[in-house]
Design a protein around this ligand. Structure first.
Ligand code: PLP
Length: 399
C-alpha cells in the first residue's frame, strides 16, 4: 500500500527482478553430475567481469571480508612487510585485518577525502632496495568517503621501481561497476563481494588471483599462515572437478549466473559509463545544495559508485538519514566512523537508472530541509535532471 522502501545505500544494492527470480528455485544437489558444467562456466565468465584471462577466480560463501582474509592468508606469511594506506573506514578495517593476521604494515595515513597516495607509494618502493615489501595494498573505492583511487598508477609506481611486490586491490565497491582491469593493471589479488556491482544479496566473497599470486601460494606450501576454510589449495582441488570443498550457496550462484549474463550482454564498458552518468547527476545535485559538499577532496577522487556528502554546518547528518528513512521511506548510507553525524551517503551503483536517482535526491533534499538545511527545495533534483537530460545512455541494454 505504501509502495516500497527505496534503497540507496552503497550495498547491498537493488537486485534486478530477473536475478531475484533466478534465485527462486527448489534446493538442488551440489554433487549432481551436471553441476560442474554450471560451476566451471560461472568461474570462466567471472573472469570476464574482472578482465582477466589467466589466473583463477575463487568464490567463497562469505562476504567480501572473507575474500580479504583468503587473499592474505594464502599468499603471505606473518611478519611479511606490506605497504598500505588508510583513508576511510574500509581501508582502516583492511589495515586492522593485516595487523591482526601478523603482517608488518608500513602504513601511510591519508586525509579522509583523498585516496591511495601514489607518490608516497613510489618513494617507499624506490627506497626498498632489498625488496622487503612483499605486497602493496590499495582500496580502489573507499565506500565510506566516496573516493576512487588510481590502481593503474599504483602499478606504474611498482614498475617504475622495478619492484616485485604483489598488488592487492579491494574492489568491493568498484569491480563490476567502474573500470577495473585485472590483467592490464597487473593486479595480483582483487577482492569483491556479491552485494554491490554484482547486484546480488550478500553472501559471496569473490577473489581474483593472478598466476603470480597462485605461484606465491604454491611457494608457501605448508608454511605461511594457518588457513583452512579459505584455503586456495582446497578450493583449487575441488573447483578443478567442478565442485566445492563445502556446501556452496547454490541459490546465490544461480543468481550470479543471471546477473553475469545481464552484465556480459551489456558489456563492462557500458556498465562503467552508466555509473559515471548516474554519479554525475548526483554530483550536480550536491553542487546545487548550499552548504553541502562532497567528502571527496577533488574531481580526481570522485567515486562513480557512491557519494559521501557533508551535511551543512549545524545539520546533523543522522537526522537527515532517519528523516529520509521514516518520513520518505528512503534508505541513505550513514556516515561511518569519524564521518558519523557529519556526512550521509548516496549509493549509486548496481541496478539503477536516472529516475530512481532523482527519487533518492528528492528524498535527501526533503530530509535535508526538514533537518534545518537552508537549501532551495527542488534545487538538487533540478540540477540532476539537467545533467541527465544533457546526456544519454550509450546502450539499450538490460543492466
Ligand atoms: N571493502 C569495501 C570497500 C567495502 O565497501 C566493504 C563493505 O561495504 C568491504 C570491504 C567489506 O565487505 P563485506 O561487508 O562484504 O565483508
Amino acid at each position: 500500500m505504501n509502495g516500497f522502501q527505496h534503497l540507496y545505500i552503497p550495498g547491498p544494492t537493488n537486485v534486478p527482478e530477473p536475478v531475484r527470480q533466478a534465485m527462486n528455485l527448489p534446493m538442488e544437489d551440489m554433487r549432481a553430475p551436471d553441476f560442474p558444467d554450471f560451476v566451471q562456466g560461472l568461474l570462466t565468465d567471472l573472469k570476464k567481469a574482472y578482465r582477466m584471462e589467466t589466473g583463477r577466480i575463487f568464490v567463497f560463501p562469505s562476504s567480501g571480508t572473507g575474500a580479504w582474509e583468503s587473499a592474505i592468508q594464502n599468499t603471505l606469511q606473518a611478519g611479511d612487510k606490506v605497504l598500505m594506506s588508510r583513508f576511510g573506514q574500509f581501508s582502516l578495517l583492511w589495515v586492522d585485518m593485516a595487523e591482526r593476521l601478523g603482517l608488518d604494515v608500513e602504513l601511510i595515513d591519508v586525509e579522509w577525502g583523498k585516496g591511495v597516495p601514489i607518490e608516497d607509494y613510489a618513494t617507499h618502493l624506490a627506497d626498498d632496495k632489498e625488496h622487503k615489501i612483499k605486497a602493496v595494498f590499495a582500496t580502489q573505492n573507499e565506500t565510506a568517503t566516496g573516493v576512487t583511487s588510481d590502481i593503474e598508477g599504483v602499478r606504474k609506481a611498482l614498475d617504475a621501481a622495478d619492484h616485485p611486490a604483489m598488488l592487492f586491490v579491494d574492489g568491493v565497491s568498484s569491480i563490476a561497476s567502474i573500470e577495473f582491469e585485472m590483467d592490464k593493471w597487473g593486479v595480483d589479488l582483487a577482492v569483491s563481494g556479491s552485494q554491490k556491482g554484482f547486484m546480488l544479496p550478500a553472501g559471496l566473497g569473490i577473489l581474483g588471483a593472478s598466476e603470480k599470486a597462485l605461484a606465491a601460494n604454491k611457494a608457501l606450501a605448508d608454511a605461511g599462515m594457518a588457513r583452512c576454510y579459505f584455503s586456495f589449495e582446497d578450493m583449487i582441488k575441488l573447483n578443478d572437478t567442478g565442485y566445492f570443498p563445502y556446501t556452496p550457496a547454490t541459490q546465490l550462484l544461480r543468481g550470479l549466473r543471471c546477473s553475469l549474463d545481464m552484465m556480459l550482454e551489456t558489456g563492462m564498458e557500458s556498465i562503467w559509463a552508466r555509473h559515471k552518468r548516474l554519479a554525475e547527476g548526483v554530483r550536480a545535485a550536491v553542487d546545487a545544495w548550499d552548504g553541502c559538499e562532497l567528502v571527496a577532496r577533488g574531481p580526481e577522487w570522485h567515486s562513480d559508485t557512491v557519494s559521501a556528502i557533508y551535511a551543512p554546518e549545524g545539520v546533523d547528518a543522522r537526522d537527515v538519514i532517519s528523516t529520509a528513512y521514516y518520513k520518505y521511506q528512503t534508505s541513505l548510507g550513514t556516515g561511518l566512523n569519524k564521518l558519523m553525524g557529519k556526512a550521509f551517503r548516496i549509493g549509486h551503483l548496481g541496478s539503477l537508472n536516472p529516475v530512481m536517482l532523482c527519487g533518492a535526491i528528492s528524498a535527501a533534499e526533503m530530509a535535508l530541509v526538514d533537518a534545518g538545511a537552508k537549501i532551495e527545495p527542488g534545487s538538487g533534483v533540478a540540477a540532476a535532471q539537467a545533467q541527465f537530460r544533457a546526456t544519454t545512455p550509450n546502450v539499450n541494454a538490460p543492466v
